[in-house]
Design a protein around this ligand. Sequence first.
Ligand code: 5AD
Ligand code: SF4
Length: 477
Amino acid sequence: MSSFDRSCAARGVSGETGQSPLPRRLFVKSYGCQMNVYDAQRMTDLLAREGYAGTARVEEADLVILNTCHIREHAAEKVFSELGKLRALKAARASAGRETKIIVAGCVAQAEGAEIFRRQKAVDIVVGPQSYHRLPELLHRAGTSPEVLDTDFPAESKFDRLAAPSAHQIRKRGVSAFVTVQEGCDKFCTFCVVPYTRGAEASRPVEGIVAEVEMLAAAGVREVSLIGQNVNAYHGRTPEGATASLASLISRVAAVPSIARIRYTTSHPGDMDASLIQAHRDQARLMPFLHLPVQSGSDKILAAMNRGHTRAGYIALIAEIRGARPDIALSSDFIVGFPGENEEDFAATLDLVEKVGFANAFSFKYSPRAGTPAAELRNQIPESVKSERLARLQTLLDRQRRAFNTKMAGRTVDVLIEKPGRHAGQIAGKSPYLQAVQIEGSLDRIGEIVRAEIVSAGANSLFGRLLPDWAAREAPR
Ligand code: 5AD
Ligand code: SF4
């Protein structure tokens, strides 16, 4: 049984409840993907058990963790500039007689290892994403020795060693929660560091995930996003010793009472199997939104990226998914300026975007990453060309996002209310299509799925009018 058991939650083990008279303070800053957000929460829960209470003010922290991202150069460099500031803070606190320990966790820790100590002497611990369950032990070691490094891929699973958050902590984090179900990637796209920083594909067993979702649901969570670097390659063990696909995991999670919404991210087109496509037709709790990165619309570039799919294959797959769930909102990642990309290749990307139509997207300039095959290619694209292509692509994607949002005006949608809205008297939530919705309403609706008529649409959010309760009860969730 995973340590995410309910007995632990019931004990309310948390430094954040302020049980100790003078709790040590922990500040965690997370960069990059949703998995880092999840990992940061797990580190917080683990250290709460060690007597650390969370703080949002870095100046008062006895322990600072930077949970880093290595996906693009810009992301990695931000970490070193942040560490420079932390060094000054550590020195200032030391002159006031207060000790500060600095931990670098996440993918920069994994990729750079001991090099981090060389670049920034103020760092005490460097810990990779597969070994952060050992943090209490590493902190103990850091009490007596400098430069504690752990970038192993240990045989034991960290998921068996993590601490459960308290019910209070779960509620504070909101009614929508991430749950990591899969980590690592075996696809080896030639631009990507993930197979090196997060390692080979590994799936958590079904029971541990379901136990975690039950614990979240008991504390008031209504929506779970199942996350993994290549989540639709999920193949977790069942208690009977069989292997579960993502579709069967989704149906297990859908059976947890009060979990009204399920999402999953990030997927690879090559792992979009028939059972998962069918789940979009048959599973009412699976939301009609799919993030399915294509990266490029050019077959030449897709091959050079080692994506394992073609342009036509992606378009056909989208048609199949829309056949199963016609209203599904699609999202993607794009890279422009991959080595060798010419104007014709880029035009093929724009054309694919026109053909498919995306509700949302993330687009990036190609960033060479040391150790990946594409960084070695000779035909790198000048920065100015990358910037110009990115601007053209983003103009098109923005137009599609606005069009998708505008189309919602006059429609009735179910909104999961998550938090107070932007202005007094407003509440904010998400549509099934992952759009932010602002509604006039009272805070006691947080956690409910309400029915709203969309009255207008902005670039980034919708504005809705609450419909009477009877309508919400009639509505499919
Ligand atoms: N350069 C630019 N973008 C990248 N991504 C991954 N590696 C790189 C890189 N080297 C993007 C991809 C991926 C997303 C998470 O980040 O689009 O899907
Ligand atoms: Fe990276 Fe995604 Fe390709 Fe895996 S599938 S190597 S995580 S871009």
